[in-house]
Ligand binder design. Structure first.
Ligand code: CUA
Length: 348
């Protein structure tokens, strides 16, 4: 009986080790705040390291006293003396944690203040970052939907989804809200988390670093497809960003052939009830604005890479791909789907 239990517990230790290894392997290649790409996340990482060291010191002192007491006052050295209250000790173990918390508070304060509001000048730019164009700031309105993210650029009159473009080195100021339930906007390498709350606007800012694509994720449980509420932040060079703005501001181009058939299907079908194509009669607002759909790297909450095959799969039965989402199965024919794919993939 005893040996059986011992064998089980050894198996348990191995099981736990394998589990930890698997969890850590799952993190490999994931976006992580341990690899900051903005001064904001750099500040958060520094603060976390300082607080980790403080916690480590507390751990070593407390565990050290515990181990020391266990050895020094163990049973084979005779019975420990029974003590009834010790005013000095009690004051000490009340004051010590209070002092530790005060230290943590004052250590955190400068970072909290800096993260609270965007800098008036681009002085926070880390060394080596591209120069910031004047004291300009890019404003983006971020709106959480079940289960995708909408990005509006009020100064440029651009509305897009699943993919937010920002120029490198620019201070980006975000107004974050939601149309349905509480979501949480999080780009681990660029900015701190902020809740997206219906009927209330939260503000955060970040200064983007190197050119690249950074994964964002909803980080507040918001329904069955919470885990599939992703987005990408594309940090462009200033020139690339200007080109992107011009492309996004252009009206929907005229189309011919299969794409024209798709346009016909789109404009006469259920699509326009939920989707907007700027400059056309499609003015629905329930789903993503599709004006420049083909320019996006991914769709459906950035879950599917934007390829004709994936779009065909999506249009055939959106509920099979992402159950519970707002887009119904429209029971389109194969021909209608092929035409719609040709049309949507022409919307650069
Ligand atoms: Cu939106 Cu989780």
């Amino acid at each position: 009986m005893f040996t059986h239990r011992r064998r089980w517990s050894r198996g348990g230790v191995w099981g736990a080790a394998v589990l930890v290894a698997l969890v850590l392997a799952g993190c490999a290649g994931s976006p992580t705040w341990l690899a900051p790409q903005s001064p904001n996340v750099g500040m958060i990482l520094n603060l976390s390291l300082i607080e980790f060291i403080i916690a480590l010191i507390v751990f070593i002192v407390v565990e050290g006293m515990l181990v020391y007491s266990a050895i020094r006052f163990s049973r084979n050295r005779g019975e420990a003396s029974q003590t009834e209250g010790n005013t000095r000790l009690e004051i000490a173990w009340t004051l010590a944690p209070a002092i530790v918390l005060l230290i943590v508070f004052f250590v955190s304060l400068p970072t909290l203040i800096k993260l609270a509001s965007p800098p008036q000048s681009p002085a926070v730019a880390a060394a080596g970052d591209p120069p910031v164009a004047a004291a300009q700031m890019l404003r983006v309105r971020v709106i959480g939907h079940q289960w995708w993210w909408e990005f509006q650029y009020p100064d440029y009159k651009i509305v897009t989804a699943d993919e937010m473009h920002v120029p490198a080195g620019m201070v980006v100021s975000l107004d974050v809200e939601s149309v349905d339930v509480i979501h949480s906007f999080w780009v681990p390498q660029l900015a701190n988390k902020v809740d997206a709350i219906p009927g209330h606007t939260n503000h955060i800012w970040f200064q983007s670093g190197n050119v690249g694509t950074y994964r964002g994720q909803c980080s507040e449980f918001c329904g069955v497809q919470h885990a599939n509420m992703l987005f990408n932040v594309v940090v462009d060079s200033p020139d690339q960003f200007q080109a992107w703005v011009q492309q996004q501001q252009a009206p929907v181009a005229a189309v011919t052939g299969a794409a024209a058939e798709g346009e016909q299907t789109f404009m006469t079908g259920a699509c326009i009830g939920c989707h907007t194509l700027d400059g056309t009669k499609a003015k629905g607002t329930l789903g993503p604005n599709l004006t420049h759909f083909a320019s996006r790297g991914a769709f459906a909450g950035a879950v599917l890479p934007n390829t004709p095959d994936n779009l065909t799969r999506w249009l055939t039965d959106p509920q099979a791909v992402k159950p519970g989402n707002d887009m119904p199965n429209l029971h389109l024919t194969k021909e209608q789907i092929a035409a719609l794919v040709a049309y949507l993939e022409s919307l650069h």
